[in-house]
Design a protein. Structure first.
Length: 138
């Protein structure tokens, strides 16, 4: 498995930059004497922010399916390997098919690992967004 095939690196979260820009606009509105408009905008922004972080966290949670995939693959690979060691493994056609099962299960395992990497990256985005000063600035 190459590092590129198994790790997920996300670009910077665009929602964080948008949130910072809107908070800046609210400060300018307040400075211009438009406190009510600033408050409404800030309230709408914070509602959206909580929903965005909740959505991102839920997507990360759903990507935990990698664990179920890996658990199922243990059984598939183990049984294919056992069959290869027995009489079926001596039959040319069966042996070739069992080897395909093992090879394809490797591909599935790599895909599951990428899902896990993506889950980890999204979880980090949520954690970082919740701990930044901007998340407490409203």
């Amino acid at each position: 498995m190459s590092p590129d095939a198994t790790s997920a690196t996300l670009p910077g979260a665009p929602h964080a930059a948008l949130r910072a820009a809107v908070l800046d606009v609210t400060r300018r509105l307040e400075a211009a004497g438009q406190a009510e408009a600033a408050r409404e905008l800030r309230t709408a922004l914070e509602t959206w922010w909580r929903e965005q972080l909740g959505w991102t966290g839920e997507v990360a949670r759903q990507l935990g399916v990698h664990h179920d995939i890996n658990n199922a693959l243990v059984g598939v690979r183990g049984n294919a390997q056992l069959l290869l060691l027995g009489p079926a493994g001596q039959t040319p056609g069966a042996k070739a098919r069992l080897e395909v099962v093992l090879r394809e299960s490797d591909r599935i395992r790599e895909a599951a690992h990428r899902l896990n990497s993506l889950r980890s990256a999204l979880t980090a985005v949520v954690r970082e967004s919740q701990s930044t000063p901007a998340s407490r600035a409203a």
